[in-house]
Design a protein. Structure first.
Length: 94
């Protein structure tokens, strides 16, 4: 059995992979949904970032604002410009 941290990181990676798979499906086929696909890409990036921060033991603020403040850097993730203005107009900043 893996340790709790490894299991949590793996869970975030699986969730990110699910979002990426959803994004791909939304742009394949006769009818495409680019806005929703981009939303899932943003979700994939956010979940991947959370997995990385957990893996590296970098603490971050849990928030629904799609912003994780760490003790080293501030990471901003948003998708409003491409997903219908539902989120703030900020993108991944490292």
């Amino acid at each position: 059995m893996a340790d709790p941290k490894t299991e949590l990181v793996a869970a975030w990676v699986r969730a990110a992979q699910d979002d990426l798979g959803s994004a791909v499906k939304l742009v394949e086929g006769e009818t495409i949904y680019p806005g929703t696909a981009l939303y899932h890409c943003q979700q994939c990036a956010e979940k991947s970032l959370k997995a990385y921060l957990l893996l590296k033991d970098i603490e971050f603020e849990k928030t629904h604002r799609a912003c994780a403040r760490t003790n080293r850097k501030r990471f901003l993730i948003s998708s409003s410009a491409i997903a219908g203005g539902r989120h703030e107009r900020e993108f991944l900043v490292c």
